[in-house]
Design a protein around this ligand. Structure first.
Ligand SMILES: [Mg+2]
Length: 349
């Protein structure tokens, strides 16, 4: 097997700000993994690491430098994935890139789209992603919400001073649209979180609230909040792997599963199944990503309750073509590549 890394600086259409980070950023660093076998079959993968989990494209590249490529195979994909899972060290995002590339190649070898290869299928016209609105001034929020008019569900980032003004701005131009809210660990006490969630519940059209408090908040505080919250609360930063399911079932109503957090497609599928079995609602989320990872996530759409796969819609220089999201509806109808992830580099499309 041959492994090449292609580094990209993804340009965001608008400066992106969430509660955890005070710095605004117009770019996100990712790398694409190109894994090819001797026949020339290529599997594509992607790493979009987050500093929240102490990962970077640099640490991920170093992790992949030491990979024994002799242990990777498209034909023996299950063994390859098990071997990757057994490697010591973190770097979940880099592992994710390998998992995605191996499964892309394996499904292509099997002549099937990834969703079918995984036994899930994919119903066209059924899967709708939310569209995210970052923290900004009320004036910019109004503009962004108007620009996102085609999307039937919004996700509003909150968790910093000015939340009330920002929701009011959104409601001025989208009075009744369903909204999901993500506080990104922004409320620091259970009392503050409950006060804010009660205010959000009064809106009447908020579906749920993601990560209201820091992941490290004591379990007792989470249980207190879960027992009182008038809206479902979802774990994002508090959900890193299928091992966190028991904790999250105690403290949350749902979990946000992301490929790069859990270490790939196969682990995300395991996490979704395990969380559902524990009675948790499931959402498949993303980072700022290209169409490689977003498409990989879309293949798991049948396995989750909610989709937040808009990372590729926030950038202006997506190097790949894959799943589309017209009016928020995920579709592979326009994908030229029939098998695997159904992605191809834009210069080839
Ligand atoms: Mg989140």
């Amino acid at each position: 097997m041959n492994l090449s890394l292609h580094h990209h600086d993804l340009s965001l259409a608008d400066a992106w700000r969430i509660a955890r980070r005070s710095r605004t950023s117009n770019a996100a660093k990712v790398f694409i993994v190109e894994l090819s076998d001797d026949s020339g079959l290529v599997g594509w993968g992607e790493s979009s690491p987050s500093s929240r989990y102490n990962e970077s494209t640099q640490s991920g590249s170093i992790f992949l430098q030491d990979i024994d490529l002799g242990r990777l195979s498209f034909a023996n994909w299950a063994e390859s994935l098990a071997w990757i899972d057994g490697l010591p060290n973190g770097e979940h995002s880099a592992r994710c890139a390998l998992s995605v590339a191996i499964l892309d190649g394996a499904a292509k070898l099997g002549g099937q789209p990834l969703h079918r290869f995984l036994g899930l299928g994919f119903a066209e016209r059924r899967h709708v992603t939310s569209f995210s609105i970052g923290i900004s001034t009320p004036e910019i929020i109004r503009k962004k919400v108007l620009a996102a008019n085609d999307f039937p569900i919004l996700k509003l980032k909150v968790g910093s001073p000015g939340d009330r003004e920002r929701l009011a701005a959104l409601r001025e131009v989208a009075a009744t649209k369903p909204v999901r809210v993500d506080a990104n660990e922004g409320w620091k006490t259970k009392e503050e979180a409950l006060r804010m969630i009660e205010w959000l519940a009064a809106d009447g059209k908020i579906e749920f609230v993601e990560q209201p408090m820091p992941a490290a908040q004591p379990v007792a505080d989470w249980r207190w909040l879960k027992a009182r919250s008038p809206l479902p609360i979802f774990a994002d930063e508090a959900f890193r792997s299928p091992d966190d399911v028991a904790h999250c079932a105690e403290c949350f109503h749902g979990v946000n599963v992301k490929l790069v957090k859990v270490g790939g497609v196969h682990r995300a599928l395991a996490a979704l199944k395990s969380a559902s079995s524990a009675g948790l609602k499931t959402m498949l989320g993303c980072m700022v990503e290209t169409s490689v990872l977003i498409s990989a996530g879309a293949h798991l759409a049948e396995a989750c309750d909610f989709l937040d796969l808009d990372g590729n819609l926030l950038i202006t220089n997506d190097p790949f073509h894959g799943v589309s999201a017209k009016h928020g509806v995920l579709s592979f109808a326009d994908a030229r590549e029939p098998c695997g992830l159904r992605v191809c580099p834009r210069e080839l499309h």
